[in-house]
Design a protein around this ligand. Structure first.
Ligand SMILES: [Zn+2]
Ligand SMILES: [Zn+2]
Length: 175
């Protein structure tokens, strides 16, 4: 067992492949661009944290552990900025000749953990964020943010984001 704490997401697997040790514990942190969905994203320059164990399985390297990051986005009801944390479990193979779609490429005894971390965190980003499960949204008549008090309209709320609430109950659109 060896601990690797280099700055980037690249991991040298030469000694693991040689059999110098059975497992390699790796903790990495850094910026991974492109973790973004239309209504939520990991902010530019914000760090992603990856903590994994690497082990050799045949000629492939199995990476298991977790990745986490903070996200920001827009509340689907009140349209205010909102934020949260996502964490993803990782269990993926890196291979010199990726045979199936969900294997990641490696070369010259080096693999890039940002590849698995990006894919896993993307799936965890909320598609329709809420600032709060109880968010009251905006009045459709006067536009007032009803979280900061009711308005004097007697207008029947007709939230255009209601369709997302329906979807949310049918699928897993957010937390
Ligand atoms: Zn809200
Ligand atoms: Zn109103």
């Amino acid at each position: 067992m060896k601990t690797d704490k280099l700055g980037s997401f690249l991991v040298n697997t030469a000694r693991l492949e040689k059999g110098d040790y059975d497992k390699l514990e790796v903790s990495k942190e850094g910026v991974i661009p492109g973790i973004e969905m239309p209504f939520s994203w990991v902010p530019e320059g914000s760090k992603v944290y990856v903590s994994v164990q690497l082990e050799l399985v045949g000629s492939k390297v199995l990476v298991s552990g977790s990745a986490k990051a903070g996200w920001i986005g827009t509340c689907r009801r009140c349209l205010e900025n909102t934020a949260g944390l996502i964490q993803a479990e990782l269990k993926d193979f890196y291979s010199y000749s990726p045979a199936i779609e969900d294997e990641y490429p490696m070369a010259n005894s080096t693999l890039d953990l940002s590849l698995v971390a990006r894919d896993a965190l993307l799936v965890e980003l909320p598609l329709a964020p809420l600032c709060n499960q109880a968010c009251l949204g905006l009045c459709q008549n006067c536009g007032k943010n009803l979280n900061s008090g009711s308005c004097s309209c007697s207008y029947e709320p007709n939230n255009p984001f209601k369709v997302l609430d329906v979807l949310k109950n049918e699928n897993r659109l957010d937390f």
